[in-house]
Design a protein around this ligand. Structure first.
Ligand code: UD1
Length: 420
């Protein structure tokens, strides 16, 4: 299993480009099942999760083609199977995103029930309940969600009990080809939901309200092919900016979108960073100063994203002062804390809050990645540590960060991948 070896103590400096957003690329790949025409997807990030989704389409008999510019073309007319097997769902929960498209387009779907994961139990009850309200027959047996519908799904008025990103996406995709109007209340407002909606509209769907908490979808008889470019990854963007702030550095990230990072940029200003933005770039400069601790609370967009919580925890470990970080979206998202304490951090867990007392320095240690964003936070901890840190189980990081060690090397970090 590969590891990352980091020699800390360098301030990050330089420029990098941001990749396409994993969390909009995944639903957009699933949306290709809604039409028999070819959908071309541009700006797909090169990530393990994307490969898994392409493999999942392959299992169904759909063979995406990758062109010389690394754009992916998907024509789902060759589909033969309508199921997502456990072997793939267990490696990527987002496989659940094929449920809505398969059901509405083909009237049947079998998707393995995603289990718990390192950040909590993560049920999919709201996806199932909403599709049932739209007329689907769904049973959960033998570890599979077995769904079918006689005729088309029916448009329905759906109230989501909790804000769920993939739940909103699944229902929105199902509603595009349903009979009549669907209204999703308490919908997720995440930019990735908007990106998916924009792609669906380009395919001929009738959707309004994306980006607000009420999305209205009027079902149409069919969708067509299109070419769509995935939006930039706001979590990747934020992760590099936090890494630069933690290391007292100065970086510019290009091909990104400052307008969808407001809550994160405002926290970075609180830590003492000077931030400049253009239409598609962000520059951060710490002027060589040590960051100040910040307190924050995660919540659905536009509030502070749970996917950036662990990275700010890493920054707080070496900041001046004490910061508290409260996680309200997932129940068990503090696995990184114990690893950081092993590196000399001073973090206490109190229920769903961690209190981080900044220390002067961390000490490098062998640590273990437990989930995608936790691994990014351990890399940041390694970058601000004395000595050498090795991060084990980095397959987690390859799920969601494109070429992370190359990008960090471009910014001057001493980091390399070692096979063991
Ligand atoms: C998506 C993102 C993930 C991000 C998360 C929250 C993708 C592929 N992944 O995950 O990176 O961390 O949003 O921003 O886009 N819940 C239920 N029942 C359900 C569905 C969700 O109780 O049927 C709960 C979850 O357990 C969690 C909360 O709702 O506590 C939010 O989860 P959700 O937004 O669904 O996360 P994902 O869509 O899986």
């Amino acid at each position: 299993m590969d590891k990352l070896l980091i020699e800390g103590g360098i301030s990050l400096r330089g420029e990098i480009r941001i990749a396409g957003a994993k969390n909009s690329a995944l639903p957009i790949l699933a949306a290709t099942l809604l039409t028999h025409d070819t959908v071309q997807i541009c700006n797909l990030p090169h990530l393990f999760d994307i490969t898994t989704m392409i493999e999942l389409l392959g299992c169904m008999g759909v063979q995406p083609i990758i062109d010389e510019k690394l754009n992916v073309e998907v024509n789902s007319s060759t589909i033969k199977h309508f199921n997502a097997p456990y072997e793939l769902v267990k490696t990527m929960r987002a496989s659940i995103l094929v449920l809505g498209p398969l059901l509405t387009r083909y009237g049947r779907a079998e998707v393995a029930l995603p289990g718990g994961c390192a950040i909590g139990s993560r049920p999919v009850n709201l996806h199932i309940a909403a599709l049932q309200t739209m007329g689907a027959d769904i049973v959960v047996e033998d570890g599979y969600i077995k769904a079918s519908t006689k005729g088309k799904l029916r448009g329905a008025h759906i109230f989501m009990d909790m804000v769920t990103v993939t739940g909103t996406e699944n229902v929105m995709m199902a509603a595009t080809l349903a009979d009549g109007q669907t209204i999703i209340e308490n919908a997720a407002r995440e930019p990735e939901v908007v990106d998916l909606a924009n792609c669906l509209v380009k395919m001929g769907a009738d959707i309004t309200g994306q980006g607000s908490d009420t999305i209205v979808i009027n079902g149409v008889s069919e969708l067509k092919g299109c070419s769509y470019s995935v939006m930039p990854d706001r979590i990747e963007t934020g992760t590099y900016l936090i890494a630069a702030a933690a290391t007292k550095g100065r970086i510019k990230v290009k091909d990104t979108r400052p307008d969808i990072l407001e809550s994160v940029l405002s926290k970075l200003e609180q830590v003492g960073a000077e931030i400049k933005v253009g239409e598609n770039w962000i520059e951060l400069d710490m002027h060589g100063k040590r960051p100040k601790s910040v307190s924050l609370r995660t919540a659905p967009y536009p509030a502070f994203p749970t996917d950036m919580q662990a990275q700010f925890t890493a920054l707080n470990t070496i900041a001046t002062g004490t910061g508290s970080i409260t996680e309200t979206v997932f129940e068990n998202r503090f696995m990184h804390v114990h690893e950081m304490n092993r590196m000399g951090a001073s973090i206490k867990v109190e229920g769903n809050t961690v209190i981080v007392e900044g220390v002067d320095r961390l000490k490098g240690a062998p640590v273990m990645a437990t989930d995608l964003r936790a691994s990014a936070s351990l890399i940041i901890a390694g970058l601000v540590s004395d000595n050498v840190t090795t991060v084990d189980r980095i397959y987690h990081i390859d799920r969601g960060y494109e070429c992370i060690e190359e990008k960090l090397q471009l910014l001057g970090a001493r980091i390399r991948r070692i096979a063991s």
